[in-house]
Design a protein around this ligand. Sequence first.
Ligand code: ATP
Length: 355
Amino acid sequence: MERALVAEDIHRKYGDRVALDGVSLSVDAGEVFALVGPNGAGKTTLVRALTGTTAVDGEVSVFGESPATVAKSRLGVLPQEFTPPERLSARELIAYYAGLYDAPRDVEGVLADVGLADTADTHYENLSGGQRRRTCVGATLVNDPDLLVLDEPTTGIDPAGRRDLRRLLADLADGGTTVLLTTHDMTEAERLADRVGLLADGRLAAVDSPAALVAEHGGENRIVVDLVADPIEDGTTIDDSDGTAPSPATAVDALGETGHRVELRDTELVVHGVDAADIGRVVDDLERTGIVYDGLEWRQPDLEDVYLAVTGQALVSGEEPVAEPTDDDGNDSDDTAAETPAKPNASDGETGVAQ
Ligand SMILES: Nc1ncnc2c1ncn2[C@@H]1O[C@H](COP(=O)(O)OP(=O)(O)OP(=O)(O)O)[C@@H](O)[C@H]1O
């Protein structure tokens, strides 16, 4: 199997700040690889290292060559920040980038791939945030690259657009294109990637298929109970004979006696090791404790749980805020959805108290 990308022990500092701290990674040709991590984890720096746009200590090769010498026609790179000329239409922009290559793809085919066939004549400045991002993705496809490197390609794209883009990337991968993308969104990584690299503080904390990571680190199925923070103030009816609800700690003890590991996390109570067939029994046990709760949810472990288990940091996932408007007519929008998210430090780990 040809290696599309190899990085060996890459280090990168900005002043005293360590952005990459000994990252080694290899991606096979035809693989979809997702780099996942919170703001500041080092994703963009790693992408830049792999594509030769920032100098690093360590070895990087792309299809066996230095990123500086590999044929540009083999690569399609979407930086996190990419602002094409605003007074050109989507079609003109794609045609412009296609014109940089000797044997480009058909412009209309690229526009169709990124779902912009009906918006192709709208100026870039009048496209919605999601349509702009799709135009930028289109610009990376004009040379039919062997390796696509996409830094947060779905930022600002609405859920339907994300699905379309995922489908496109999956089709490209089926056709042999290697895809390396970064995302904050674990669901996206889980759905799309053959393998996922969990990046935290400039280090790859784990690399494997989503299923293998979840099996190894995800923990058990669980019920998460959303407790009422203050049932008296909340006006919730309390059934206890003395008119007071049991404390969460009492409920934890009572549930613990039923054989499950129970954990209290702020206003959530987590009952671990609950398989689908046990849900009814555990809910009955919960009712018997008399604890007052707003709702509950049965959850199977996912990559977010893996990230927390492996790095000790919580990574909030799900769909990112959607740029408005999200309609597809693309006309007269003055939307300027941020292409560049703020960069706070990684979020704090959970502060649960294990019972
Ligand atoms: N040009 C730069 N100058 C100084 N520090 C930088 C620079 N680029 C990145 N950093 C720092 O390096 C660390 C890694 O940043 P990087 O942009 O690679 O993270 P990221 O995972 O891509 O974050 P985000 O999800 O916000 O894009 C951060 O602490 C960041 O502040």
